[in-house]
Write a protein that binds this ligand. Sequence first.
Ligand SMILES: C[S@@+](CC[C@H](N)C(=O)[O-])C[C@H]1O[C@@H](n2cnc3c(N)ncnc32)[C@H](O)[C@@H]1O
Length: 291
Amino acid sequence: MDQDFVWFRDHHAENMERMFAAVGDLYAEQWGDFFHFAIYEDPAEDRDAAFAHTHRRYADALRVAEAAKVLELACGRGGFTDFLAANTQGDVLGIDISRAQLSHAMRHRRPNLRFRHHDIMRVDELGETFDAVAFMDADCYLPDKGAALGSIARVMASGARFLLIAWCKRDGLSGLQEELVLHPFMRFWGVPGLETPTAYRRHFQQAGLRLVEEQDLNDKVRPNWDFGYQQAIEGVRTVSMARAAQLLWKGLPLGAEGIRLIKEQFHAALYIKAAFDAGLLRYTYFLAEKP
Ligand SMILES: C[S@@+](CC[C@H](N)C(=O)[O-])C[C@H]1O[C@@H](n2cnc3c(N)ncnc32)[C@H](O)[C@@H]1O
């Protein structure tokens, strides 16, 4: 395995802290507070409307209204965690490994909403169980997807639901296809490895979870990566070193590495669009239940 990917895998906590301290505010400036995709029923639909019904669909699938305890893994800036808390009487917890991201999540305040700095790989050390668990657009960063699903299953109460929105690589890719298109963006994003849908089915089974629904959403999320690409093109027209330095989170000394990470996001946007257009990346919805 390439040394970069080994480092991302073996230092995932430090990697994520640094990555999101560098790029979190840039992403928020370009895409808004949600770092996940909206599902478009109609490609001409308004982005806010698409997010609204995407979030409603996810909350309904998780049966959040009836849940006493809800967990969002990799909650990021907390926008969806806040939506969950607004749609249940239950207690809602968001965890994330990036203090930079959590510093924004903390703006959301409700009596039934909490945030904690915690690693998904050690989620079973929280000492709590949950009736609904959401996990969107962050699985790619995990150093061991199978071990993570095992830990997640252990914090699920009997009958609990788990929604995973995963960035998968297509089954059956050649090494050359991965090297040409996936490896560059993985390097720019600090991603140690991508899982296939087939590997996830196996992980669910090994974790003792029953897969309720699986859907490849690539066609329905296409406007998101077109939007991401357009924003990157717009960004490069107005880019400056001074603006890049302003965007770095000041809670962690990043210096030149922070600027490098910001610059690399332009290249990441190009490769991600290519990876989706070529069908190599698959945006995949999994809904699972603990028997
Ligand atoms: C692309 S953002 C997605 C955030 C949020 N789910 C959303 O959709 O807006 C990825 C998030 O995953 C978090 N993350 C990555 N690895 C993690 C881990 N091992 N434990 C907790 N959070 C993690 C990062 O800090 C970052 O906030």
